[in-house]
Structures are given as C-alpha cells and as structure tokens.
Design a protein. Structure first.
Length: 127
C-alpha cells in the first residue's frame, strides 16, 4: 500500500473541517428568513469545492475549479429531470438539500460565484 505524505493528510483534515463548517452555515442560511436564498446556493458551491479538495488535495486549482463547477452544474441541470422516482427523492431531506427543488439560471450564477470566491480565498489566505 502506498503511504501518503503527512502534509496531504493534514490538508484533508483541514478541508474536511471547512466542509463541515460550510454545511452548518448553509443549513443555517435556510433557517434565517432575511438571508437571501442565493446565499445557500453560494455556500453549496463552496461546500462542493472543499469536498473536491478533500479527495484531491494535491491537484492543481484548475482541476479543482472545473470539477467543482461540473458537479454543481450537473446537479442543477438534473433538476430539469422530473421522473417520478426523482420527484419522490427530492421530497426527502437528503433530496431537498443535495439535489435541490427546481432549475434556476440564478443558481448557476451563484455556483460560479461561490467556487470563484472559494478559490480566491484559498489561494489568498489559506496557502
């Protein structure tokens, strides 16, 4: 078995803690009425960015950004599919939070903005 560098394990732990924090703030943003809904979508994209970082801590930023955008966009476009089983899945807590409710172009914009800010933040402050 290949042994990982200790610095990569430390990075994964750090990214995981950031990931959990973003989940907390994302759920909180849905519970506070005066916070705009797009903030939740923004935080969702930031969460996806750091989730990708957990799995690929040593990859270049371009890879992380493109994979994060791809995941977010795929989930958003999947909302256009209205198969009965998918509609039922979206009625669950998991489905509502992970898969969303309906397609919006503004969500695509929020995802793009969220991943961009996550990248800038990581590049500027966290490295």
């Amino acid at each position: 078995m290949l042994q990982q560098k200790p610095i990569l394990n430390k990075a994964r732990i750090y990214y995981f803690l950031v990931f959990l924090s973003i989940i907390f703030f994302g759920i909180l943003s849905r519970k506070i009425p005066f916070i705009p809904l797009w903030i939740g979508d923004f935080l969702y994209a930031v969460m996806i960015y750091f989730l990708v970082r957990i799995f690929f801590p040593a990859k270049k930023f371009v890879f992380i950004i493109l994979l994060s955008l791809f995941i977010c966009y795929c989930i958003e476009f999947l909302q256009l599919y209205q198969g009965e089983w998918m509609v039922e899945l979206r009625k669950t807590l998991f489905g509502r939070y992970v898969l969303g409710q309906g397609f919006l172009w503004s969500d695509i914009l929020a995802y793009t903005f969220g991943i961009t800010i996550a990248f800038i933040t990581e590049k500027s402050f966290l490295k």
